[in-house]
Design a protein around this ligand. Sequence first.
Ligand code: OTU
Length: 618
Amino acid sequence: MPTTPVPPERREMLAARVRRWQPDLRAGLVTLYGDAADSLTARLVTLAERAYAERSDELHRLDLERMLRPDWLQDPTMIGYACYVDRFAGDLRGVADRVDHLSSLGVRYLHLMPFMATRDGADDGGYAISDYTRVREDLGTMDDLAALTATFRGQGISLVADLVLNHVAREHEWARRARSGEQQYRQYFHVFPDRTMPDAYEETLIEVFPDFAPGSFTWDDELDGWVWTTFNSWQWDLNWSNPEVLLELAEVVLELANHGVEVLRLDAIAFMWKRMGTTCQGEPEVHTITQVLRALARIVCPAVAFKAEAIVAPSQLLPYLGQGAHSGRVSELAYHNTLMVQVWSMLAAQDVRLAAHTLSSLPPKPAAATWITYLRCHDDIGWAIEDDLAGAVGVTGPGHRHFLADWYTGAFPGSAAEGLTFQENLETGDRRTSGTAASLIGVARAEREGGSAPVAALRLAHAVVLGYGGIPVIWSGDEIAQPNDEQWAQDPRHAADNRWAGRPALDDARLARAADPTTVPGQVMADLSHLVATRAGLPHLHASVETQVQPVDNPGVLVLAREHPLGRMVQVYNVTGGWRPWPGHRVRDLGVADAVDEITGDPIPWGGDDQVWLPPFA
Ligand code: OTU
């Protein structure tokens, strides 16, 4: 393959970056592949040089800017949005036409769900990739992708794309060649001749989709073996203990980067490394692989950030952000799943004690790392309540999980929620929940059946997500309180997977109604835009600042504080539908007796009884 030479004026920069990052690269490869590390390092550096030479001038400029502003993701003006290309705007070109809508919400980070070529039929919303070098035909081309990222760059919007690295579709060329008997490609996967190894692994594995894809291995006739399939039977787990797999995915990273993608979401990263006797989630090698890929990206495209998609217990999450040994070497972003679950828990229980205890027991993240905060995403919500944390505030883990699963499907008396039960696990009693924010919170039911919609509760929930610190990511449609997609099961490819209820296409008629602030979509949109604007003016919300959970005086009131060089910011949330007091001594202790409510612009509402009185869902 003819390679573009690195122009003389860029050689010094490349050499400096190789000197800086090659040790990280090599160290990771030694850990993973031992003796092969030197030749692998050489191959990866060659790959890096080629991609560096091919990278456009504009992207080189972006790299420079990002190196000069390494905290770009942490700025309080960062607001994220996530959507499916087709459901949001038809195709990649259509996405560019929606830029006004995005800008009106202050969006600066747009996560497009996987848009690469996938298998025919069910494709898990794009997570069953058949070709990493092509965009899915109906969505556009690689050139469209480059054009879109260029348009967005001009508007200050960074494009976020999935890097699906745990598995490929059964129809991917590697899998196809493995099926046709090529040894080299068989070794790209975990294949076993009989049930001995699968049975041994399954002793400690946790099923992800126990309902529609039970077990973690699938028999394949053509392969004449059992292949590891953590997710669906047609999603084959890649064998990362084979360095050729790493080399292949390294190319994908650099290709996406050179098409202008600025953040890579490392899908299902926890599952990438298998070790007998474990759950095969979050093994240390997962972080080492990230270190290698990131070192490579640092050489070629330092503008690119990594986001770990690890929906794991709080105690296990920090390593993904580089706690300790991997600090500054792995992902700079990770989902704050715990915060998400606790927001829903606070609203259902009208009680903040479990949230306060759980959030304060989370060890601090590295200052340079950033949370993705969100009210919900395209997936179901798993009620990740830890037993010991629940026990400490007087509830039981199983009891509270049961309550939340009941509450958010509307089964609990008094709940207006309309979520759907996802993946009931009869063995563990575990039930997850699918649905849009508006359907989960009861706005959708109220809007349909009449009565006052709990838009204030939705605003409160968004306020926590925007105020906690990190990049708040809004799931498409939630900004106009879209209800569940009632037609979700009509598409036979989705019929078994009710997560699609929570993935409605953006409703243009509703969007038009959102211009009228007296409508429900209009109120929600106005509330959210106002919160976004307020946030942008508060340097205290820089994501390097740690959120400190304050003691709970009233079980309905959550108090958070942030210490910024410019001063202290205190956040007070009433998660209940009634008025709640916040004791005067706490207000004075925090030094905010004369503070102004940044959201309303008013002085904080002192009552005559030496307490600050908070309106419902304030
Ligand atoms: C991810 O989710 C995606 O978000 C899902 O949409 C995909 O179906 C899946 O990967 C397969 O590609 O288990 O229930 O700890 O929770 O990776 C969803 C992380 C999932 C897992 C997560 C996974």
